[in-house]
Write a protein that binds this ligand. Structure first.
Ligand SMILES: [Zn+2]
Length: 82
Protein backbone atom coordinates (compact mmCIF):
# COMPACT_ATOMS: atom_id res chain seq x y z
CA UNK A 1 0.00 0.00 0.00
CA UNK A 2 2.31 2.69 1.24
CA UNK A 3 5.30 0.51 0.55
CA UNK A 4 6.69 2.62 -2.25
CA UNK A 5 6.99 5.46 0.23
CA UNK A 6 9.39 3.39 2.30
CA UNK A 7 11.54 2.21 -0.56
CA UNK A 8 11.97 5.62 -2.06
CA UNK A 9 11.90 8.25 0.63
CA UNK A 10 11.74 11.75 -0.69
CA UNK A 11 12.05 14.93 1.21
CA UNK A 12 8.81 16.86 1.12
CA UNK A 13 10.54 20.08 2.03
CA UNK A 14 7.74 22.12 0.60
CA UNK A 15 5.54 20.90 3.43
CA UNK A 16 7.66 22.90 5.87
CA UNK A 17 6.10 26.33 5.78
CA UNK A 18 6.95 27.69 9.16
CA UNK A 19 9.86 27.71 11.52
CA UNK A 20 9.39 24.91 14.02
CA UNK A 21 10.57 27.12 16.84
CA UNK A 22 9.10 30.56 16.28
CA UNK A 23 6.46 29.71 13.65
CA UNK A 24 7.66 32.45 11.34
CA UNK A 25 7.15 31.79 7.65
CA UNK A 26 10.38 33.53 6.63
CA UNK A 27 12.37 30.32 6.35
CA UNK A 28 14.72 28.86 3.81
CA UNK A 29 14.65 25.11 3.19
CA UNK A 30 17.50 23.29 1.53
CA UNK A 31 17.72 19.59 0.81
CA UNK A 32 21.20 18.56 1.94
CA UNK A 33 20.64 14.86 1.24
CA UNK A 34 17.94 12.55 -0.10
CA UNK A 35 16.17 12.42 3.23
CA UNK A 36 17.58 15.43 5.00
CA UNK A 37 16.52 19.02 4.79
CA UNK A 38 17.89 22.03 6.55
CA UNK A 39 15.58 24.77 7.67
CA UNK A 40 17.09 28.20 8.08
CA UNK A 41 14.90 30.68 9.89
CA UNK A 42 15.56 34.32 9.15
CA UNK A 43 13.31 35.48 11.97
CA UNK A 44 14.88 33.73 14.95
CA UNK A 45 18.20 32.65 13.46
CA UNK A 46 17.67 28.99 14.23
CA UNK A 47 18.90 26.30 11.90
CA UNK A 48 17.10 22.99 12.10
CA UNK A 49 17.86 19.76 10.38
CA UNK A 50 15.02 17.43 9.59
CA UNK A 51 15.94 13.87 8.74
CA UNK A 52 13.30 11.49 7.48
CA UNK A 53 13.60 7.82 8.41
CA UNK A 54 17.05 8.01 10.02
CA UNK A 55 18.83 4.68 9.37
CA UNK A 56 20.17 4.44 12.91
CA UNK A 57 16.64 4.67 14.35
CA UNK A 58 14.41 2.37 12.30
CA UNK A 59 11.24 3.09 14.28
CA UNK A 60 11.49 6.81 13.79
CA UNK A 61 9.58 8.63 11.07
CA UNK A 62 11.65 11.75 11.29
CA UNK A 63 14.22 13.34 13.54
CA UNK A 64 14.69 17.01 14.15
CA UNK A 65 18.02 18.38 15.21
CA UNK A 66 18.75 21.89 16.28
CA UNK A 67 21.99 22.90 14.57
CA UNK A 68 21.99 26.52 15.62
CA UNK A 69 20.02 27.79 18.55
CA UNK A 70 17.75 30.75 17.95
CA UNK A 71 19.30 34.17 18.53
CA UNK A 72 22.74 32.67 18.87
CA UNK A 73 25.83 33.67 16.94
CA UNK A 74 25.51 32.88 13.26
CA UNK A 75 29.19 31.99 13.20
CA UNK A 76 28.26 28.76 14.96
CA UNK A 77 26.58 27.60 11.78
CA UNK A 78 28.95 25.54 9.65
CA UNK A 79 28.48 25.44 5.91
CA UNK A 80 28.52 21.70 5.56
CA UNK A 81 28.27 19.89 2.30
CA UNK A 82 27.53 16.21 2.10
ZN1 LIG B 1 12.35 30.79 13.72
Amino acid sequence: MARDLLSAPTVPHRCVKHCLLCSDSDIHCVAVADTIIRIDCAACGAVLQLEYAPPDEPGLTARIELLVEPFSQRSACPERRH
